[in-house]
Ligand binder design. Structure first.
Ligand code: ATP
Length: 361
């Protein structure tokens, strides 16, 4: 197990990068504590795999250093870093039995056969592979093969870190749920450093204690699932986490009131005061779950029009327009939604202000 430090990392795939846009990773500067479960979450092309490959040693970064427990490993290849990796698609020996596939990383390192057996049986049990141990991997379904790949990643108990690159892509949705939970349980038992790359927010938020959200080659926020939901530090985190994502409205400030065309929305006084000093485009943001919908007007509410109501069984998503902008509200199943004009309440503690995309705190 290791504490992993990424020190001023940047990476370009070009031989002679000129501007910032030539860099797949712009600036990554983080410490990942020993024994934690981390997820790197972001859309396709944001640089997740590049970063994972820098951590594993498949790529040497253009700039910066990678330290494992304070030791500089930037130039070391993966086989010298004592890590295990699990990729998107199964990596195993088709002609070997499941047992021998799981045993391979241990036997390869000269571990005593008694210890190999003990560890393989433990990992097989954790991943529900025990009934398949004597079968050849070739005959198994894609998801069972990927479980073997996971097992091969988990079987060595003394690795510095286990790196997972979208490991549940080939697993069917129901089994994904089970496997995510299993991986979390296994992490809680082993307390190894797990780094898990995914574009799927549910996967990241259920698996990890800390999630790093990546956007255009940077980690814009690292936080617990609750932090990312309640205190998104960048508008991208607000937009990407949650379903639907956070609502954003461009605004100007008058005292502690945010003006969205004709409408005035009251903000927390301290945040508004900082907003007056901030530079760049101002936007207010509110999560759909915190937007209140009322049939009657009351102090501080603003008028909006209901455009659509989607009933998703256990809750409703209401689409509204306010000053020509579209907003979404997430309401409990049993709350009636008036037709036509309604009044929106923006609770100040949940109404955030962003300047040029960054949260004003
Ligand atoms: P995905 O989920 O689609 O794999 P990602 O977040 O993992 O995306 P990366 O694969 O790290 O992103 O890619 C980051 C950027 O670097 C993208 O613009 C991509 O086109 C570019 N890139 C990745 N690999 C290479 C390469 N070998 N040569 C040149 N450019 C590359």
């Amino acid at each position: 197990m290791a504490r992993i430090e990424l020190n001023e990392i940047a990476h370009s795939y070009m031989a002679k990068p000129k501007g910032e846009s030539d860099y797949a990773l712009k600036r990554i500067h983080n410490v990942w504590d020993d024994g934690s479960a981390f997820a790197l979450l972001g859309p396709s092309g944001c640089g997740k795999t590049t970063l994972l490959n820098i951590i594993s040693g498949l790529i040497t970064p253009s700039k910066g250093r990678v330290l494992y427990d304070g030791k500089d490993v930037t130039e070391l290849p993966p086989e010298k870093r004592n890590i295990a990796q699990v990729f998107q698609f199964p990596v195993l020996y088709d002609t070997m039995s499941v047992f021998n596939n799981l045993a391979f990383p241990l036997r390869n390192r000269g571990i005593h056969e008694t210890q190999v057996k003990k560890r393989v049986l433990e990992v097989a049990e954790a991943l529900d592979l025990t009934p398949f141990l004597n079968m050849r991997a070739a005959g198994l379904a894609a998801d069972a093969k990927q479980k073997i790949s996971l097992g091969r990643g988990l079987v060595r108990s003394n690795v510095a870190a286990i790196l997972f690159d979208e490991p549940l892509t080939v697993i069917d949705p129901q089994m994904k749920w089970d496997l995510r939970r299993k991986l979390k349980e296994i992490h809680e038992q082993l307390m190894q450093t797990f780094i898990y790359v995914t574009h799927d927010q549910v996967e990241a938020l259920t698996f990890a204690d800390q999630v790093g959200v990546m956007f255009e080659g940077e980690i814009v926020q690292i936080g617990s699932p609750q932090d990312l939901f309640e205190k998104p530090e960048h508008r991208f985190v607000g937009y990407f986490i949650g379903s639907p994502g956070m609502n954003f409205l461009e605004c100007t400030l008058e005292g502690n009131v945010a003006r969205v065309d004709g409408a005035g929305i009251v903000l927390d006084e301290q945040i508004a005061a900082k907003g007056h000093r901030a530079r760049g485009k101002l936007e207010l943001g509110i999560r759909p779950i915190y937007l209140e919908i009322h049939a009657e007007s009351a102090n501080g509410m603003v008028p909006a029009d209901v455009r659509a109501v989607e009933d998703l069984g256990s809750y409703k998503i209401v689409t509204l327009t306010l000053a020509g902008k579209t907003l979404k509200a997430n309401l409990p199943e049993d709350q009636p939604v008036p037709e036509g004009q309604v009044w929106l309440g923006f609770p100040p503690q949940w109404t955030k202000l962003f300047a040029d995309g960054w949260l004003i705190k």
